[in-house]
Design a binder for this molecule. Sequence first.
Ligand code: PLP
Length: 395
Amino acid sequence: MEAKTIYLDNNATTRVAPEVFEAMKPFFCERYGNPSSIHRFGGSVAADIENARVAVAELIGANYRNKDGFATEIIFTSCGTESDNTALKCAVCAKSDRKKIITSAVEHPGINHYLDELSRHGYEIVKIGVDGQGRIKMDEFCAALDDNTAVVSMMYANNETGTIFPVAELCRLAHEAGAYFHTDAVQAAGKIAIDVDRDQFDFLSISGHKLHAPKGVGVLFARRGIPFTPLILGGHQEKMRRGGTENVASIIGLGEACKMAKAALPQEVKYLAGLRDAFETKLQSTIPSIRINGDPEHRLPNTASVSFEDIEGESILMLLDQFGICASSGSACTTGSLEPSHVMRAMNIPYNAAHGTIRFSLSKYNTAEELDFTAEKLVPIIARLREMSPYWKQK
Ligand code: PLP
């Protein structure tokens, strides 16, 4: 008999909420018109898209509405990566006299690889380091910031450790230097409160599938007044800022997911932090030589990054998988050599710990029983792997 799945990999992707799925259903076989059509059958769908746009805006505190009541600072994209790429493209085009971009050493590839491309076009890319808890080094940041900086792009919260950056402060400093500020909020949206107007961000990225909406839909918040350069050129959709017929059902789903996230946010933060803290405490009291990664004061409530010293994360994952437990590791198994992730390396986590790092990322659908079960199973798994580990035996 197959084991029941215990899904603790919610920073990778989330289950579509049943309510979200229900809201999407009519847009496949009944209301399938093209929102750009003149006829009412298609055109009526456009109103639903605008309602979804308002729901996204309300989740992130984007208060501007145009004369029709539309939240025009919200642009629907295909994913978080597209939103990240678009934000960077817009920002550098809007400040074409400046040739420096500042980011952190722990960003997602959606930022890093676009910046690699910009560096091939002559941009200076400065990656600010982090400390052992994944906190941005503010002195390095302030030293790098100057009047040649076009944009500062710093993630809201890290996908591996959950560490939350002081984005409001970073944005304020970027603006003082005349630079734009973008934040990749893919891991933060729906998990912690975001207020783009209070914090005055210029650009912010969201991905639907991280907050119980489907894959294949994302959002870019782009503050009005900043000249916009689209990444995808085509039709007049999204007010000429993103060509391509809208992914209507997924946009409706994302709107519903944002409404749900906003309504439940304080309770969910409390629930998830409670589950996560109890899980970490249990591990600390039953398994020796582990470390909890990330900033204990400023961390996503759903993320536990745990390093089990002297063993390999991949082996832990495979043994957990036998019990139906899904988590992920902090290594990138690309070339056959298990290199710790760039996040672990930037944090200077010792090799023997970085290799054995597992990310458990929770959602509202997880229960205390599931986490107790996982903690219990980890005890013999770690003991067994350490028995086989030459590094552990040397200790
Ligand atoms: N940014 C961060 C911090 C992420 O964690 C992810 C996905 O893991 C992305 C961007 C990319 O989002 P998407 O999968 O929607 O392209």
